[in-house]
Design a protein around this ligand. Structure first.
Ligand code: HAM
Length: 426
């Protein structure tokens, strides 16, 4: 039978069901733990904002604003946008609520971008990230970058590299752009097809271009890192030294100009060696010292990063990291003509155990099959015989005692025995 239209998730989006969603839970839990260790508090803000927030945040003329954002008008005629990233909303919330400084926030959020979907690139992806506002101290850059690094370590990732660069401040970047434009203008004919006619609009994008033509032209050209002012160079050196003092190696990557116009000074990206290079960034971020002002606040700096959950899961799989599942610990099989198990199940769950059960009065065979499939270690069986004797049969489904080993327990002692067997304390 053909299904009616509209019952599939939109192109570039995915449903995440158990057991895969257990990996998300674990990943989010690990990130929440590390964010708390670094003294970041959770922020939850709307998924859509006045379009002006994103236009002022990511640049009205940017490719993202013009080609990738989901924009709509609500019934009240307001122009709104779905968030394509997390930073602009956090900065808007910061300007609106005037929290104490420094303001350190972490988030987990969907982000929407109308991109060509492929492995590792989706129209709705999910990011975990942090933003720290209100200080220019390079120690904050070090905190933000090391938080990401320690989090990746905690996940068990081994093949991640940290690339780092500085975009300078408006002054040194302005001077550098003149030099770069001069160089690109002189070699215009050798640029790739896309950038030959467009380089002048945003010369920095040419540095980012992976095509051989542009790589060759820019290889011989000036790099911003060699043209930083004294303050920006000092800031950058302090960040790298701070990281190095913690044993975190950062690789200078002079071509790293990230996709948003808001970046100033420190920019960084975490790339995985086990993903294809087009989608190998598992996280990235940087400093944005003008963004708060652009969104109507005081001129204070900020820095943050975002990391793609889907990409992290791809890397975890590629690096063969064993991911914890969230399986039931017990499966209760009840074949009595009356409900003989709800109270017992309630008692077990209230004691902290993960308990699954069958429904619809299915046969013993069908319930045992479901018990095997559930991944539970123990089954508790209550049939008419057990009910009459005030007992429960505890059967090992795959434990050390050997699958199938079973014992009869007095109903009142079930919880204590189960806890003992699962080595859990009440
Ligand atoms: P971004 O580099 O655009 O930065 O995205 C951060 C991460 O999200 C990427 O490194 C990647 O892992 C993931 N990602 C991005 N786009 C997609 C996609 N279409 N499909 C799957 N994963 C994707 C930002 O969004 C900045 N807001 C980061 C930041 C925070 N900078 C300062 N603070």
């Amino acid at each position: 039978m053909t299904r009616p239209a509209g019952v599939q998730a939109p192109v570039g989006t995915h449903d995440v069901l158990a057991p895969d969603s257990a990996r998300w839970q674990w990943l989010l839990g690990t990130f929440a733990d590390w964010a708390a260790r670094y003294d970041f508090g959770l922020i939850i803000s709307p998924m859509f904002e006045d379009l002006a927030v994103f236009h002022r945040g990511i640049g009205e003329a940017s490719e993202m604003a013009n080609k990738e954002m989901y924009v709509f008008e609500d019934r009240g005629g307001r122009r709104l946008g779905l968030r394509p990233e997390g930073t602009a909303s956090v900065v808007r919330a910061f300007v609106q609520h005037h929290p104490a400084l420094p303001f350190k926030a972490w988030y987990a959020t969907p982000a929407f971008r109308y991109e060509r979907p492929q492995k590792g690139r989706y129209r709705q992806h999910h990011q975990i990230g942090v933003e720290a506002l209100g200080t220019d101290d390079p120690a904050m850059d070090v905190e933000v970058i090391s938080l990401a690094w320690r989090f990746y370590e905690a996940l068990g990732l081994k093949r991640v590299r940290l690339l780092i660069n500085s975009m300078g401040h408006a002054g040194c970047r302005g001077d550098y752009l003149e030099l770069l434009s001069e160089h690109l203008g002189a070699h215009e004919a050798s640029l790739c097809e896309e950038h030959r006619p467009t380089w002048a609009r945003n010369p920095l994008r040419v540095l980012d271009c992976k095509r051989q033509d542009c790589v060759e032209v820019t290889a011989g050209g000036p790099m911003l890192i060699d043209h930083l002012c004294h303050e920006c160079a000092t800031h950058f050196a302090a960040v790298r030294e701070g990281l190095s003092s913690m044993g975190i190696a950062s690789e200078l990557s002079p071509r790293l100009v990230r996709g948003f116009d808001y970046y100033t000074r420190t920019t960084f990206e975490f790339v995985s060696e086990v993903l294809e290079s087009a989608q190998n960034a598992i996280g990235g971020g940087g400093r944005y010292d003008n963004l708060v002002e652009q969104l109507g606040g005081d001129p204070v700096g900020g820095i943050g990063f975002g990391s793609g959950i889907e990409r992290l899961l791809l890397v975890l799989e590629a690096e063969a990291v064993a991911l914890p599942g969230i399986q039931p610990e017990l499966f209760v099989v009840d074949t009595c003509p009356v409900d003989a198990s709800s109270a017992l199940i309630d008692e077990l769950r209230r004691a902290g155990l993960r308990v699954a059960r069958a429904y619809d009065a299915r046969s013993m065979k069908a319930q045992m099959k479901a018990a095997d499939r559930s991944g539970a270690r123990l089954a508790l069986l209550i049939g008419p015989r057990e009910l009459a004797a005030g007992e429960v049969t505890m059967r090992d489904l795959r434990g050390e005692e050997g699958a199938g080993a079973q014992v009869s327990l007095a109903r009142a002692e079930v919880l204590a025995h189960v806890l003992e067997r699962l080595k859990k304390r009440p």
